[in-house]
Design a protein. Structure first.
Length: 279
């Protein structure tokens, strides 16, 4: 079975050893490979990497922000997530939002609540091959502070298990990917619990996988640290459509952050790395 620690380390090693030098929009420069997949069995533990400390709060906050259909900076920053502001400032926006990014597209894609639809279909048509949500909206790109890096996900249900595969066009492998892994792992857990299914396999399907040139030494340090056991997740409730007739019939229940707890997380110390934003 695939384990996220080994998969992630394999990706870092491949980029370091075989990646090609490539220019990028930030001007930092990268070492890059293209077209890779990582896999993780959720039964092996919650996929929060241990070779460096990764903020579970940041992954949880960003997912809840998206699930609520929000695009504002206030919710993120009130909950301690401040790494989106540089992209906001670079974009020239002045409304304290990131524009029609992830949450807008998941919950209101040209008037369609994709998240609500997929939650309904997981319960009522689990064999469907259309259990997908997309954030890639070309008509809205000009208004986004940054087009989506992780642009879609698909659900697969079989034998009482729920698998999730997400697609990502651009992968900041050292700094951003650990959060993406944790965020989609949490989404998988929430969807499975809401539908009374067993969390199955988490799969990441990637386009441009890169290490910024100022992250190479940090990646080597990560690889020098042996694996540690993954943490576990305690989730009081999942994502489901309310059956309470006193509320709007299609109201989507989303867990509160205090219902989502991480236990037995014992990572190595954090490894500092500069965020590349560009001009």
């Amino acid at each position: 079975m695939k384990n996220i620690e080994n998969e992630y380390r394999g990706l870092l090693s491949e980029i370091l050893n075989t990646g090609m030098d490539k220019e990028d929009r930030t001007g930092t420069g990268t070492r890059s490979i293209f077209g890779r997949t990582i896999r993780h069995q959720m039964a092996d533990g919650f996929p929060l990497l241990t070779g460096k400390k990764v903020s579970f709060n940041a992954a949880r906050t960003e997912l809840l922000w998206i699930l609520q259909g929000r695009t504002d900076l206030k919710y993120l920053e009130d909950n301690g997530v401040k790494y989106w502001r540089p992209d906001y400032e670079r974009s020239g926006r002045t409304d304290e939002t990131l524009g029609p990014v992830y949450g807008k597209q998941w919950r209101d894609f040209e008037g369609v609540d994709q998240l609500k639809n997929i939650v309904y279909s997981i319960k009522n048509n689990p064999s469907s091959r259309r259990l997908m949500v997309s954030a890639w909206a070309p008509q809205d790109m000009k208004d986004m502070a940054l087009p989506p890096c992780h642009y879609a996900f698909q659900i697969y249900i079989n034998n009482g298990k729920l698998d999730l595969m997400w697609m990502q066009r651009s992968v900041d492998t050292f700094l951003g990917l650990p959060y993406d892994i944790a965020m989609y792992g949490l989404l998988l857990e929430m969807l499975a619990k809401g539908a009374d299914l067993i969390p199955g396999e988490l799969i990441g399907q990637f386009g441009d996988c890169h290490l910024y040139n100022n992250h190479l030494e940090q990646a080597k340090l990560y690889l020098s640290r042996p694996n540690r056991a993954l943490p576990q997740l305690e989730l009081e409730s999942g994502i489901n459509i309310s059956s309470d007739k006193s509320v709007v019939p299609d109201y989507l229940n989303i867990p509160h952050k205090f219902e989502i707890k991480l236990i037995n997380y014992n990572p190595y110390a954090a490894i500092k790395a500069e965020l590349s934003v560009g001009k």
